[in-house]
Design a binder for this molecule. Sequence first.
Ligand SMILES: Cc1cc2nc3c(=O)[nH]c(=O)nc-3n(C[C@H](O)[C@H](O)[C@H](O)COP(=O)(O)OP(=O)(O)OC[C@H]3O[C@@H](n4cnc5c(N)ncnc54)[C@H](O)[C@@H]3O)c2cc1C
Length: 389
Amino acid sequence: MRTQVAIIGAGPAGLLLGALLGKAGIGNVIVERSSAAHVLSRIRAGVLEQGTVDLLRSVGCATRLDAEGLIHEGIDLAFDDSLHRVDLKQHAGGRVVTVYGQTEVTRDLMDARSASGHSTIYEAADVTLHGIDASPYVAFRSDRVDVRLDCDFIAGCDGFHGVSRQSLPAAALRVFERVYPFGWLGLMADLPPVNDELIYARHSRGFALCSMRSPARSRYYVQVDASEHAEDWSDDQFWDELRRRLPEATAARVTTGPSIEKSVAALRSFVAEPMRFGQLFLCGDAAHIVPPTGAKGLNLAASDVHYLFDALREFYEEKSAAGLDAYSTRALARVWKAERFSWWMTSILHRFPDQGEFGERLQLSELDYLTHSEAAMSALAENYVGLPF
Ligand SMILES: Cc1cc2nc3c(=O)[nH]c(=O)nc-3n(C[C@H](O)[C@H](O)[C@H](O)COP(=O)(O)OP(=O)(O)OC[C@H]3O[C@@H](n4cnc5c(N)ncnc54)[C@H](O)[C@@H]3O)c2cc1C
């Protein structure tokens, strides 16, 4: 097989890049390790920045998003037994975020890809990358047949555990990493959310987040020790712990019931530099991870895709490699700002084992400042709604 761009991974990064390239008439094939059903079963992000929504609109994949996505103009910070609203729209020049699940984004992109006729190879086994210095190709097995896919470029959109970054010699990459000593236990339930907007709660027992996917589907999280397992938590234990961490009046309004999913996600900050190596370009979680506190992971994948698509379009349409040469620097400038914001949100809201009483007072003072200073609320809001691409 031969194509112009071989895309590894059919997560949001790979599917969005495929949609943009396809629309521009640039040939691409997506090679995905898992089945489509498995990709769709992963419950992850839910908050989309305006830039991400605009990209989805530009490829005609926003009909359902525009109809069903929930526009959020603010968030609530909970501490000292009360809610403190930050008006995002007011403090971020009119910009807002849209709540629409990653699963739905993925489904919309997959449906559009099937309709477009571009090739996606699901359940590709033993995917390996070759010749990334000059003449790249991807090898894999599909239906027990060995396949070689020659291409001009490889886009490594295969997430943190994918093969793309791991194909590079260790000496070629500089890695920056912080692993947090806790995770998030998440619970999804077909129950009305406790609040119209997200609540980020700081409590001496640990962080909690009240989120949602729709007016009828809630997504809640509580900070747990990194060693915890979801199966050790009954739904009742989860609801009790969540309510303990919320202001009393809010806790009293939580509608509880059976979960449809529970899982623990580890928290990590990670960046691998550079994001280009020869003809291989890393995109999204393949190159960087943020703790989910700032809702940035999926949105960063989208901004990487935007930069890479721009560069590839310039290469094919204008015969210029300038954008490709600049890709890593452009993408990393935005990545690091999101890394900083996600780390900061995590550090002011979570309970750290070594923070002590001094650390607790600093957190409370930071939150007090944050909710009373116009300048501080603007800094939070412009980062939360997403810095410009
Ligand atoms: C449990 C969890 C909860 C999260 N919650 C949030 C949140 O609330 N907010 C937020 O913004 N972000 C969240 N994130 C992060 C967000 O989901 C990711 O940033 C986003 O999925 C990145 O998209 P991606 O396409 O880069 O990678 P992925 O979504 O990881 O997609 C990579 C794809 O590559 C495929 N793949 C892997 N290896 C190979 C291989 N060898 N060959 C071929 N294909 C391969 C995978 O099967 C997968 O389909 C969460 C992540 C996790 C894990």
